[in-house]
Design a protein around this ligand. Structure first.
Ligand code: ATP
Ligand code: MG
Length: 231
């Protein structure tokens, strides 16, 4: 479904991603793991049309998307939940969700029902101003906003960041349920333990390159190696 090959990305003279290739099949949940600064977010931003790569191919369902804008990529069916829980703070939960539906491909009422079924908490709080909600609720809303666009491929950048452990569990319960419903997911997660407990396959990045990849069982067998890469 998503096939990335030979991806290279920079910020001015700073090379963030050197040569990255990976794929995420239909209905699969795949993790990108790596230490701070390894290039995980840059890879996701490139895939989602938020950062223009220098070279490489990014194909979504056999269509090249590497030169498209974020908006065009969303219309093709790939949605990102970037680092840092982006919600429109002064708007209500439901207004945030409605705005995203407008950018996407799906039917608003159907998508809203799906989001509220996944996150009953958001339904309870649908009139609440987004900026006044807890970090966990805002992360649920950020994921909900991405789902409102009816993505074939959902891309999540560190959904657990800054959340209390019990809230992390709630957010990951929802991610696992989405995966079981057949949603394809590309996940970046600093916490390798969580990522390996939910994903089918993982790629390990170090300084802009993939240094290891395999099924979760295989990578767990390389636990020492993994630790070395992630520190
Ligand atoms: N806007 C930017 N301008 C300049 N350099 C950047 C920018 N964003 C990232 N970098 C650099 O690019 C490299 C990769 O960063 P990236 O954010 O992709 O890493 P990451 O794996 O997501 O790290 P983290 O775990 O801290 O989120 C790092 O060396 C980082 O300092
Ligand atoms: Mg990052």
């Amino acid at each position: 479904m998503l096939t990335v090959s030979g991806l290279q990305a920079s910020y001015g003279a700073i090379r963030a991603v050197s040569d990255i290739s990976f794929e995420v099949g239909a209905s699969k949940m795949v993790a990108l793991l790596g230490a701070n600064g390894a290039g995980k977010s840059t890879t996701l931003k490139s895939v989602a049309g938020m950062h223009r790569p220098i070279r490489g191919s990014i194909r979504l369902n056999d269509q090249e998307i590497s030169s498209l804008s974020l908006h065009q990529v969303v219309r093709r069916g790939l949605a990102i939940v970037p680092e840092g829980r982006l919600v429109v703070a002064p708007l209500s939960v439901e207004e945030n969700l409605a705005l995203s539906a407008y950018a996407g491909r799906g039917n608003e009422a159907d998508m809203l029902a799906r989001v509220y079924e996944l996150f009953p908490r958001l339904k309870e709080r649908r009139r609440q101003i987004a900026g006044l909600m807890s970090g966990g609720e805002q992360q649920m809303l950020a994921i909900g906003r991405a789902l409102m666009t009816d993505p074939r491929m959902l891309v999540l950048d560190e959904p657990s960041m800054g959340l209390a452990p019990s809230v992390v569990d709630q957010v990951f319960d929802a991610i696992v349920r989405l995966h079981r419903q057949g949603q394809a997911i590309l996940l970046v997660e600093q916490n390798a333990e969580i990522a390996l407990s939910v994903c089918d396959y993982a790629y390990v990045l170090k300084r802009g390159s993939i240094v290891s990849h395999g099924t979760v069982e295989a990578l767990r067998g390389e636990a020492n190696l993994l630790e070395a890469y992630l520190s």
